[in-house]
Ligand binder design. Structure first.
Ligand SMILES: [Zn+2]
Length: 162
């Protein structure tokens, strides 16, 4: 352990030592939605900075209901709700921090590493579970991993000792 790098990470798959933090978010503009991501290295103090940013290319989510609804309409004509006009004149740009997705990956082989936060509500630093200073029970899990951590008994316990 030294002052510059208080924790160590060694990828069990490729032997790499660096981690990449990626944030993915979605922008809604009318019927269009775009996904963007930015990423950069996790640093020794468990914070990170983004070095790259790009739009995520993904298949276009065409509204499949357009076709389907016509067929359904014949079958469910009694259902008044299906004849409601569609709300299509909504142009809101939405940036919802709660909807952001964070990922930590091995910088060498891109393997996803589970991680948590040193403070609730995604506050503080990022603590990947495979780092040497990760302490189960003291880290708030990234919401995506709550189930996984629950099974591992890594969740912070409000009461009761194990
Ligand atoms: Zn790796």
């Amino acid at each position: 352990m030294n002052d510059h790098q208080p924790w160590e990470f060694t990828c069990k798959t490729c032997g790499g030592h660096k981690l990449t933090v990626t944030r993915v978010w979605k922008i809604l503009a009318g019927l269009d939605s775009e996904r963007w991501q930015e990423w950069g290295p996790l640093e020794a103090d468990h914070h990170w900075h983004y070095e790259f940013k790009e739009r995520v290319k993904e298949w276009v989510e065409k509204n499949p209901d357009d076709e389907v609804e016509r067929w359904d309409f014949d079958e469910y004509t009694k259902d008044d709700s299906s004849s409601k006009p569609e709300e299509y004149e909504i142009f809101e740009e939405e940036s919802d921090p709660e909807g952001d997705e964070f990922y930590v990956n091995c910088a060498s082989c891109d393997r996803e590493i589970e991680f948590g936060w040193s403070q609730p509500n995604r506050g503080g630093g990022i603590f990947p579970v495979e780092c040497s200073d990760f302490t189960p029970g003291e880290i708030w899990p990234e919401p995506r991993y709550i189930d996984s951590w629950h099974k591992k008994h890594w969740l912070r316990t409000g009461d009761g000792q194990t």
